[in-house]
Ligand binder design. Structure first.
Ligand SMILES: [Zn+2]
Length: 130
């Protein structure tokens, strides 16, 4: 079977659905914000990046393994991503945004993503209807 990278259960989509379900109002990518965060919550002044563990190097995550072939190439590619992420976070912080990263392994399904969002926003998701 050929490698098909995208399907319907993309982490970003799951986080968006979870936010909807919790009634959190957000906006999607704004190119003028550093790093173009995936979800923007203007009311809370919070931005969320939904990051793939592999590409963005989730610390200590088993999904962030180093490919065995061409390690030099990957190391450079990865460190570029990590540096870019950090710079974006610093610039956003300087603009008064709280920057949160949700890792792909933390939002395998709607419930997991919703729980994560509840933690971030300090809300209780257990009593939400539907
Ligand atoms: Zn991870």
């Amino acid at each position: 079977m050929a490698a098909v990278p995208s399907h319907d259960t993309k982490p970003e989509k799951i986080v968006r659905s979870a936010a909807h379900r919790l009634g959190l109002r957000f906006r999607l990518r704004r190119p003028k914000l550093p790093g173009t965060p995936d979800l923007i919550f203007p009311k809370w002044r919070v931005v969320i990046f939904v990051h793939g563990c592999f590409w963005h190097r989730h610390p200590g995550c088993r999904r962030a393994s180093m490919p065995k072939t061409n390690p030099g190439y990957w190391a450079e590619k990865f460190s570029r991503n990590v540096v870019r992420d950090r710079e974006a976070a610093e610039r956003l912080g300087g603009l008064g945004w709280k920057v949160v990263t949700i890792w792909e392994c933390e939002c395998r399904d709607l419930n997991a993503a919703a729980q994560k969002l509840c933690e971030i926003f300090g809300i209780d998701g257990t009593n939400s209807s539907d």
